[in-house]
Design a protein around this ligand. Sequence first.
Ligand SMILES: Nc1ncnc2c1ncn2[C@@H]1O[C@H](COP(=O)(O)OP(=O)(O)OP(=O)(O)O)[C@@H](O)[C@H]1O
Ligand SMILES: [Mg+2]
Length: 308
Amino acid sequence: MSAIEIRNVKKRYKDLQALKGVSFTVEQGEFFGLLGPNGAGKTTLISILAGLARADEGSIAVHGHNVVDDFRLARRALGVVPQELVFDPFFTVRETLRLQSGYFGLRNNDDWIDEVMANLDLTEKADANMRALSGGMKRRVLVAQALVHRPPVIVLDEPTAGVDVELRQTLWKFISRLNREGHTIVLTTHYLEEAESLCDRIAMLRRGEVVALERTSTLLQRFAGTQLFIRFAQGVLPAELRSLEVDPGAVNGRQHLLRLSSYDDVERILAQCRAAGCTFEEIEVRKADLEDVFLQVMNGPEMVEGLA
Ligand SMILES: Nc1ncnc2c1ncn2[C@@H]1O[C@H](COP(=O)(O)OP(=O)(O)OP(=O)(O)O)[C@@H](O)[C@H]1O
Ligand SMILES: [Mg+2]
């Protein structure tokens, strides 16, 4: 049984097709990244998953429970940290977490609540009113709220937006621990270096469609690998090297980014440039990161077709 099974989900808002038939599966125990630019449809998909919005077509199941027909069981298997800060200003942190436990029928949950608060550095604020908390503190409470019923599947919609470095590290330590203990994690973030270091597998959404779905390491190898950056003082890139350009369409004047299949290519490329009369102003060998992959996938329509 998969942790999350998303099948052909479509969602339209008036004349905007926010999701155009999204399908993918997240296996139990995975740390899964859902990436995409603003407006790609990530939050829409998560809202449908959490039962807060209805799909026009398609279905989602959490641990085998359909999120519409089998809402209560699906919801129980799921903890969602929403992107928007929503909370009741009149309760304290501890009351908020007790109330949330109550929704799931958990009465004596204080030990776990204390543990969650301790792991998110919230203990000092346990008796503070929600309205008296800073933005970053409120975000910690949202994370805690999603975890009170120890859901096997945890979905975090940009949990680190507007959050300081220290909390990010605290949060990732705790979430990674939960993942090691068997919880499935789905994360959306615009901090691609976070996704690169945390996620086993990544789906990229663009305008409501999945345009990449791969293991993180495969994505990095397939689309990126190692690159040679050169800026010429004089001369132009020899024609036979143009096919190596990472982004051939870019208007880049004297500078070029070339794909390397191995470090051994560097010598040959530089020699070819020199033979063509080029001189160099700058040379750099770079290891491509997830940001390079992201830009290539988002800018390259040809990648869409290649997806199974
Ligand atoms: N309730 C709504 N009514 C109308 N349009 C909506 C609604 N919710 C989302 N949209 C639109 O659907 C598209 C997808 O939005 P969504 O919030 O899912 O994007 P996202 O990938 O989460 O973006 P971000 O990275 O900015 O959070 C956007 O164009 C958005 O304007
Ligand atoms: Mg969003």
